[in-house]
Design a protein around this ligand. Structure first.
Ligand SMILES: [Fe+2]
Length: 449
């Protein structure tokens, strides 16, 4: 008997499926209440899965991340959606079907081709791929048994070392042919390139949602804030890892597109409102927004903005969050306890070291993190780097950090203006201060310079 994974937050729904599944002997249901719980099942390579059923009733972008996770761990297992009345935006990605909430278990699994009872056993374990074939990923033949068609070109590896096309994308899965193949190998292979393309399709579908005219601006904004809370909350709870960085990427691209659109529309009140709500949501979201707005004044490439500046902005104080003195990232420099002063002074280096050991973040992003408190006049810390050695994106971050400190300590807008002109701006390049002044004027943070 095969197994299907069904994810739904409503326990009544899960109970109903449990009862209905007893009447249908074709598949065993594995029921999870959340995407997080489901990740553990999908990520366990030993559990065979014939189909995955996901809820999307909150329409959140997390679904796209989850689809990417499914694709990484189960490249060919059919994925179906539950509860989505309008899934038109999902057409471009690897969704096999969409079912309404009240669909019965037998109809849900009817979309799969059931194994016949005599050929399947209850104690089936999925084999873990052994041996690496360069340019290909191995997929157990077991994963294809419930599919009606091959979702990608698949190859078979012969004993003489050759890799031959077994079946092309879209052609029907012939069960007998598959069984013949199983006598020689428990694996079929998919090219890395096709796998990457499939992941790209999911990312593009997610980005395209932010261009849909039909989606209202408040809805997009609330999605962004919900995502920001999740991503920033996870960064504060866990040590950063590559999957977390990938998740942050997705969120940052969405924020980039949203702010670009808002900035281009020239709607100043909406931009002011966004910044105000960003500040209420999370201080890190506010510095991200300011960084992105400042970038509009320079010729930075989009990828560099997101993958260097925004990631550095999000992760710059990671060593203060996970410091030996607890989370001291929210404290103003003057409030840092004396025993933590030395650690604070070197935190840009500690953050870069921590990220270098736990992730594969690029060297430039790490360099910007090391320099996020350095200044153009070489009076910053920890290494008094300045002049042309200071990376322009580190200068952006450093100036925003300085601005946020004086904004939090000054007692009035006129004092902020005075401190900016007297203390902050002389430490940075003219080009940078001009851009900052323009952003602060536009966003209503300062009304004159
Ligand atoms: Fe910092």
């Amino acid at each position: 008997m095969g197994s299907v994974l069904l994810v739904h937050p409503d326990w009544k729904w899960r109970e109903k499926i449990k009862v209905q599944s007893k009447e249908s002997a074709s598949f065993r249901p594995l029921l999870c209440s959340s995407l997080l719980e489901a990740r553990e099942v999908i990520g366990n390579a030993l559990i065979p899965l014939d189909g995955i059923y996901l809820p999307v009733n909150d329409g959140r972008s997390s679904l796209f991340e989850f689809l990417e996770f499914c694709l990484t761990n189960r490249p060919v297992t059919p994925v179906f959606l539950l509860d989505q009345p309008d899934a038109s935006f999902l057409k471009s990605i690897r969704i096999k079907g969409v079912f309404p909430q009240d669909t019965t278990f037998s109809t849900l699994v009817g979309a799969l081709r059931a194994s016949t009872p005599e050929e399947a056993t209850d104690s089936e374990v999925r084999p873990i791929p052994s041996g690496v074939r360069s340019g290909f990923i191995a997929i157990p033949t077991l994963d294809f048994r419930s599919s009606s068609t091959y979702p990608a070109d698949v190859f078979i590896h012969h004993q003489d070392g050759s890799m031959n096309l077994f079946s092309s994308k879209g052609s029907p899965v012939d069960r007998r042919y598959l069984e013949q193949a199983e006598k020689f190998s428990h694996w079929l292979y998919m090219s890395d390139l096709q796998h990457r393309e499939a992941r790209e399709e999911i990312r593009n579908a997610k980005l395209a949602r932010y261009d849909l005219g039909g989606i209202s601006e408040p809805w997009l904004k609330s999605e962004l804030f919900a995502e920001a809370r999740q991503v920033l909350g996870t960064i504060r709870k866990e040590m950063p890892t590559d999957p977390l960085i990938r998740r942050a990427h997705g969120f940052l691209y969405s924020l980039f597109r949203y702010l670009n659109r808002l900035d281009r529309s020239g709607n100043a009140p909406r931009m002011i409102e966004f910044l105000h709500e960003a500040a209420e949501t999370d201080r890190a979201l506010q510095s991200l927004t300011l960084s992105l707005l400042l970038c509009g004044h320079f010729r930075f490439e989009k990828t560099a903005i997101v993958e260097i500046l925004c990631l550095a902005c999000m992760l710059q104080d990671i060593s203060l969050i996970h410091s030996p003195f607890g989370n001291i990232s929210e404290l103003l420099p003057d409030a840092i306890p004396p025993e933590a002063k030395n650690f604070y002074h070197r935190h840009p280096l500690h953050s870069a070291d921590l990220l270098a050991s736990s992730t594969t973040l690029g060297q430039t992003t790490l360099q910007v993190i090391r320099q996020h408190h350095e200044t153009k006049d070489r009076k910053g810390f920890p290494n008094r780097i300045g002049g042309s050695q200071l990376h322009p994106m580190a200068e952006v971050l450093s100036m925003i950090n300085q601005y946020l400190i004086i904004r939090d300590t000054a007692s009035s807008p006129s004092e902020i203006l005075d401190l900016l002109n007297r203390v902050v701006f002389p430490r940075y390049s003219q080009e940078m201060t001009r851009a900052m002044a323009s952003v602060l004027l536009k966003t209503g943070k300062i009304d004159s310079f």
